[in-house]
Ligand binder design. Structure first.
Ligand code: MG
Ligand code: MG
Length: 236
């Protein structure tokens, strides 16, 4: 899983360099596909329940599961969330970043910073004996302190020889509640944070989730192992 995680990191670092005004989300997908091939890894998303691409690319008010397209051109001031999954020898890695296209406004930058900080807070809460409520509460507190909201309809997940395994990992919760973490578990923690209200809806394409109020949304994700010493981030 460390190898699968390292692959995802390298792909996302590579794709990030292709984010600029004028690039299409299909350009990003093609860059990811080439990098996965170079690294000898398989794409986890392509074909998953019929998903047609290597990446999910979600622009501005799109929350998650946006489909890369030649028609979607990035422009200055946009943000794009890029989610990538890999398979190496049957094991999965999963990570996401949200990237600014050129310069973005101050509030949107704050949304990105808060979402990233909330993921880091969630990861810091991971250790044997901690609960999923501890992780969710840690994420939620950082997000809400900035006046943003945590998406409820999509959550993180266990990960291993399948992309989505039990348990579900909500980005909200109550300390001390929920499943206790044990050494050896691996979790994909992935806060999706809206600048406005938490409600989302899925577009007619059956995939793309957008904020109901049209506000901007950000997404950061890491695959994290529970070890005796605490969290080990496999996609760092
Ligand atoms: Mg993901
Ligand atoms: Mg995930």
């Amino acid at each position: 899983m460390r190898v699968a995680g390292s692959v995802v990191r390298q792909v996302l670092d590579h794709v990030r360099d292709h984010v600029k005004p004028g690039a299409t989300t299909m350009d990003l997908d093609q860059a990811a596909e080439a990098k996965l091939k170079e690294l000898g890894a398989k794409a986890a998303f392509k074909g998953y329940h019929g998903f047609p691409a290597v990446l999910c690319t979600s622009i501005n008010q799109e929350v998650v599961h946006g489909i890369p397209s030649k028609k979607r051109v990035l422009k200055e001031g946009d943000i794009v969330s890029i989610d990538c999954g890999s398979i190496v020898d049957g094991y999965y890695g999963d990570s996401a970043i949200t990237v600014a296209v050129g310069s973005i406004d101050e509030r949107t930058q704050r949304l990105l910073d808060a979402t990233k900080a909330s993921l880091e807070a969630g990861i810091r809460a991971v250790k044997p004996g901690a609960t999923l409520g501890d992780v969710g509460a840690a994420v939620q507190e950082v997000v809400e302190a900035e006046g943003f909201s945590v998406v409820r309809d999509f959550v993180g997940h266990g990960i291993g020889t399948h992309m989505h395994e039990d348990p579900q990992i909500p980005n909200y919760g109550i300390r001390g509640k929920g499943l206790k973490l044990k050494e050896g578990m691996v979790l994909a923690i992935e806060p999706m944070v809206n600048a406005g209200k938490h409600q989302v809806q899925v577009l007619k394409d059956g995939w793309t989730a957008v904020t109901s109020d049209g506000s901007m949304s950000a997404h950061f994700e890491h695959t994290v192992a529970v070890t005796a010493d605490g969290a080990k981030v496999l996609t760092a």
